[in-house]
Design a protein around this ligand. Structure first.
Ligand SMILES: CC1=C(/C=C/C(C)=C/C=C/C(C)=C/C=O)C(C)(C)CCC1
Length: 355
């Protein structure tokens, strides 16, 4: 059985491959710094307008985070067989199309799936980082790993749903309105109940995850996991949701995935020719740049198509606020195959490869 199968199914916990690395430190310091900044602003009686928050989100998610999404695929596909690369791209575009279709026919289900994608990406991606760095000795059972992923990823949506209900609800309406204004209205009476069920469920899951992890070994890997879970919970309580999500992906998710990549070093399997197999460093740099540019062009082409054909691309909101709604829908659409094709279906490696 390959190491990847073990980490994916989680019948066995993984010991630490390496100690912590600087990327993890940056991610933790980054989140703490943003928390402190917002606590300071609150103490000074300053609150950021929704447009400013939206600007920060768009900067974080478009300028900082999108290039990392391209890099994850690039690192995964770099040495894979040619036909695998084509199948990957085909499945990817197929799932993008299916998710757009879901948004068109059932926008509320689309919103629910978008939220699920953010949770899955943060959760399973985060678990892979633990596998590759501090280890997962405290998570010996398969269900514990699933719970760990649910708690880590769930913090991104469940905690702000409780802490920032008004903004959460407003943006949910804007996101759905891109396809069908008013489609969320019939569900409005259930918002408060959903909010407390989801928030209470997350807290119970977090306590169970930390408690069982302690009983199943505790130790350093447990301590790191528990402290990070608490940090994530605090971050999403303290930082307004739009800023919190907009900075979580670049500061936490992507930075830590680079940390995982560094920890596993050059352990990725081969099988196909390396697309960067050149003698001169200038050619390697040019080829890497060209590939990332091609990824950026394809991504923005998809964004442009969605913008062009969505009935209400900005969800009837102002450009910045509508931009957040549009980008959240778009990035969820491209992130679904990122998780499913990029990891779940890729039995040999995947974007969150841990040897
Ligand atoms: C519902 C909701 C939001 C949803 C954001 C989503 C669904 C983001 C998805 C991000 C992904 C999948 C990133 C991948 O890299 C906002 C805008 C935070 C505002 C509050 C309400």
């Amino acid at each position: 059985m390959s190491g990847k199968t073990l980490t994916r199914l989680g019948h066995r916990s993984l010991p630490a491959l390496t100690g912590d690395n600087r990327f993890l430190t940056v991610s933790r310091v980054g989140l703490v710094a943003v928390c402190l900044a917002f606590l300071g602003l609150r103490a000074a009686g300053v609150s950021l307008s929704l447009s400013t928050q939206a600007g920060i989100y768009l900067f974080g998610m478009v300028a900082l985070n999108l290039p990392h999404g391209g890099y994850e695929h690039f690192a995964n596909l770099r040495r894979r067989e040619l036909d695998f690369r084509w199948r990957y791209l085909g499945c990817y575009l197929g799932l993008v199309g299916a998710f757009v279709a879901l948004f068109v026919v059932a926008p509320v289900a689309g919103l629910a799936l978008a939220i699920g994608v953010a949770v899955a990406k943060g959760g399973f991606g985060g678990l892979a980082v633990l596998d590759a760095t501090s280890g997962t000795d405290h998570l010996p059972a398969r269900w514990q790993r699933a719970l760990a992923a649910l708690v880590r990823g769930g913090a991104v949506m469940a905690v702000p749903l409780v802490a920032w209900p008004g903004v959460f609800q407003t943006f949910s309406h804007h996101m759905v309105a891109i396809f069908d204004p008013g489609a969320l209205l019939p569900y409005t009476p259930y918002f408060e109940t959903t909010r407390w069920v989801v928030g209470g469920g997350w807290l119970a899951a977090a306590l169970a995850h930390v408690g069982v992890g302690f009983r199943r070994g505790g130790g350093r890997s447990w301590l790191v996991d528990a402290a990070e879970t608490a940090l994530l919970g605090a971050y999403f309580v303290v930082v307004p949701v739009v800023v919190a999500v907009g900075l979580y992906f670049p500061l936490w998710y992507s930075t830590r995935q680079v940390g995982r990549d560094v920890a596993i070093d050059a352990a990725r399997g081969t099988g196909g020719p390396d697309v960067l197999d050149f003698e001169e460093p200038q050619r390697v740099a040019l080829a890497a740049w060209g590939l990332l540019m091609a990824g950026a062009v394809l991504t923005f082409l998809l964004a442009g198509l969605l913008y062009r054909f969505a009935p209400n691309p900005l969800g009837s909101a102002s450009p910045l606020v509508g931009g957040v709604a549009f980008w959240s829908v778009f990035v969820s659409i491209v992130a679904l195959p990122h998780v499913v094709v990029g990891d779940w279906l890729d039995r040999r490696q995947g974007i969150w490869f841990v040897p």
